[in-house]
Write a protein that binds this ligand. Structure first.
Ligand code: SAM
Length: 217
């Protein structure tokens, strides 16, 4: 069951560079397909996703406007605090893009790996905070139950693979930096329903975004 926490981080002034709602964005359809259909990640969808994000990589960091990080930071602060205490040594950021949040994540986990399917994105991850790995979140090069935290910021949810690699006491951190206007968006309840087995969690809004943190019930 998901418990909603009251928002404590206010919404900054809206950035002028944002477009209209992302509800009809083609990535919304892919998001739902991979979350709810075990066969949803088709070679065609994979090719489209790689082409899109390879093409967006050179200008990706221009999206790093002040305030975009607020839901991520609130999730790491209040979300992790709400989860049952456990060793949180090894974290993997899935779909980490150019590593905009590697520094913030490295403050919470002693080992951080960032995985992205886009070669053009992963090559821009700054050296130091995270080990960058080019890979597909639908087939992670990670052992069963080996990861303490999986962090997904505006990234597709591959429920079976998340359930496979996450430690029994692990957490899933889910962030949509523009809330329901994020193209790759699921509500906290949808994440809860898509993950295999029974989970508990907390969710909230922060800044322009929404977040949830999930752990096995
Ligand atoms: C919307 S971007 C978000 C990037 C970053 N998390 C951020 O918020 O700045 C989605 C990222 O997920 C990556 N991605 C998409 N599908 C993936 C997959 N199957 N495996 C790993 N990465 C994937 C894309 O290449 C892209 O970098």
């Amino acid at each position: 069951m998901i418990s909603e926490l009251a928002a404590v981080v206010v919404e900054p002034e809206r950035a002028a560079t944002w477009g209209s709602s992302a509800v009809d964005h083609p990535m919304r359809e892919v998001t739902r397909a991979v979350a709810f259909d075990p066969d949803g990640w088709t070679p065609e969808r994979q090719a489209r996703v790689v082409e899109l994000f390879d093409s967006l990589a050179p200008e990706w960091n221009t999206r790093d406007v002040a305030g975009r990080e607020l839901p991520m930071l609130d999730a790491l602060d209040r979300g992790l605090a709400a989860a049952p205490p456990a060793d949180r040594g090894v974290a993997v950021e899935l779909g980490g893009g150019t590593g905009l949040y590697s520094g913030a994540l490295a403050e919470h986990f002693s080992t951080l790996v960032t995985v992205d399917i886009s070669t053009e994105m992963i090559r821009l991850v700054p050296a130091g905070a995270a080990l960058p790995v080019q890979g597909d979140g639908s087939r992670l090069p990670l052992a069963d139950g080996s990861i303490d935290a999986l962090v997904l910021v505006n990234m597709f949810l591959f429920p079976t693979e998340v359930g496979r690699v996450l430690a029994a006491t692990g957490v899933v951190v889910w962030v949509n930096s523009r809330g329901a206007e994020t193209p790759i968006h699921l509500t906290a309840d949808e994440v809860d329903q898509a993950l295999p087995g029974a989970w508990d969690g907390v969710s909230s809004a922060a800044g322009w975004g929404t977040w949830s943190v999930h752990w096995r019930a």
